[in-house]
Design a protein around this ligand. Structure first.
Ligand code: GLA
Length: 416
């Protein structure tokens, strides 16, 4: 009898836990059903960000059509904070944000946009600004009062072990859930404590999987090198090789975040220019866009979108590649082939369609062909090249002819 009672007691707790977990997951799905999109301030402005910068970026995003393509957030990164007032409420820097964050959020909302903000699970942020540890409830309420829609929550200055990280993110995750406003929660501990395994249980909707991206193709380091320890910056390929393996963890409301798009930075100095970030070619930038979209990554533009050249515009504003990223099924591509020359990705899309990406990782041109059967697809499909816009009907073999570091992206349909 005693044992049965204990069993019943545990069973009730289990049901409650499962219910709470499912509830959190359902909420997650509603808040970030597809990967968040927008402009993040860090790579271009670093911590020198002001309210007039944010307004001018917002205006440009509306005018040049980025917002109507889905890039509807401005994510303010580190550097906005001005300490705490006498009641310990976190406040913006009065010189950089004289009208306050609420006025900015109101402005963005009036334009159909959303506002993201940044804090950290320690006393100070990575840039040395006031952070939220010990003030989670209070800061979450402040963010909610301001009308903030998204919080990037960093991990500089916090203990290294996984269980402390889980506790600290859980405190903020709960605080956001109790804040009275829907706020997307972006975990940013750089993939060091396997956040893909726990972040969604603490209220996270996305989690960085790597250290910061630099404006370069690859670190070119021997396999097994610890880039972070050696002080070598991560390039597009280094980040790809980490994030591509994590596809099973992604889905609606739960996204692997391989960091910002560096498309169009063109070797600009600043955070992305550190550690060898001297810039990429347009082919490489286009590959980043292709690969991030295949991996259902959040799309965070970080170049100066007020002054974009045509090539950059074409990459960031290609509707067909964005549609692959934003596909409602929310499935991250599987990397099916990864050899010395190429990587092949297969992403399932709604209506039994697929996206296929073929990346040439070599330093030379590469051509060849792949049978659909080799990557597990039976029958014939119509191919639509999302970059060249060429169509080929009823095919079962993909022919590729790629420049160094180029990615071919095809959308496969059975429609006539
Ligand atoms: C960390 C993050 C970056 C950025 C900076 C701000 O390095 O990983 O994305 O937010 O902090 O200080």
């Amino acid at each position: 009898m005693k044992n049965n009672g204990l069993y019943l007691f545990n069973y009730k707790i289990l049901v409650l836990l499962l219910f709470t977990q499912n509830f959190t997951q359902a909420q997650n799905r509603q808040l970030a059903p597809t990967p968040p999109m927008g402009f993040m301030t860090w790579n271009y402005f670093a911590d020198d960000i002001t309210e007039s910068d944010v307004r001018s970026i917002a205006d440009a995003m509306i005018e040049n059509g980025l917002v109507s393509l889905g890039y509807d957030h401005i994510f303010i990164d580190d550097g906005w904070q001005g300490g705490r007032d006498k009641r310990n409420n976190i406040i913006p820097d009065p010189e950089k944000f004289p009208s306050g964050i609420k006025a900015l959020a109101d402005y963005l909302h009036s334009k159909g946009m959303k506002l993201g903000i940044y804090s950290d699970a320690a006393q100070l942020t990575c840039g040395g600004y006031t952070a939220s540890y010990g003030f989670e409830e209070q800061d979450a309420k402040t963010f909610a009062d301001w009308g903030v829609d998204y919080l990037k929550y960093d991990y500089c200055g916090a203990p290294a072990d996984q269980s402390t990280a889980i506790k600290r993110y859980k405190r903020m995750g709960k605080a956001l859930q109790n804040s009275g406003r829907d706020i997307v929660f972006a975990v940013c501990e750089w993939g060091q404590r396997e956040p893909w395994k726990w972040a969604n249980n603490v209220g996270g909707h996305l989690w960085r999987t790597t250290y910061d991206i630099r404006d370069k193709w690859s670190a070119n380091a021997p396999p097994g090198t610890d880039l972070h320890k050696e002080g070598i910056g991560y390039g597009i390929l280094d980040i790809l090789n980490i994030n591509a393996e994590l596809d099973e963890y992604a889905g609606p409301g739960n996204w692997n975040d391989p960091d910002m798009l560096i498309v169009g930075l063109n070797g600009k100095k600043g955070p992305s220019g550190d550690l060898g970030g001297t810039g990429c070619s347009m082919v490489e930038y286009q590959s980043q866009m292709s690969l991030w979209c295949l991996m259902a990554a959040p799309l965070m533009i970080s170049n100066d979108i007020r002054n974009m050249d045509d090539d950059t515009r074409k990459i960031l504003m290609n509707k067909d590649i964005i549609a692959i990223d934003q596909d409602p099924l929310g499935i991250q591509a599987k990397r099916i082939i990864n050899n010395d020359n190429l990587q092949v990705f297969l992403k399932s899309l709604e209506n039994n369609e697929y996206a296929i990406g073929i990346l040439n990782t070599t330093k030379s041109n590469l051509s060849g062909q792949i049978k659909l059967l080799e990557i597990g697809l039976r029958g014939k499909f119509n191919f639509y090249n999302v970059w060249s816009k060429e169509e080929h009907k009823n095919q079962n073999v993909i022919k590729y002819d790629l420049e160094s570091h180029e990615t071919l992206v095809l959308r496969l349909t059975k429609r006539n």
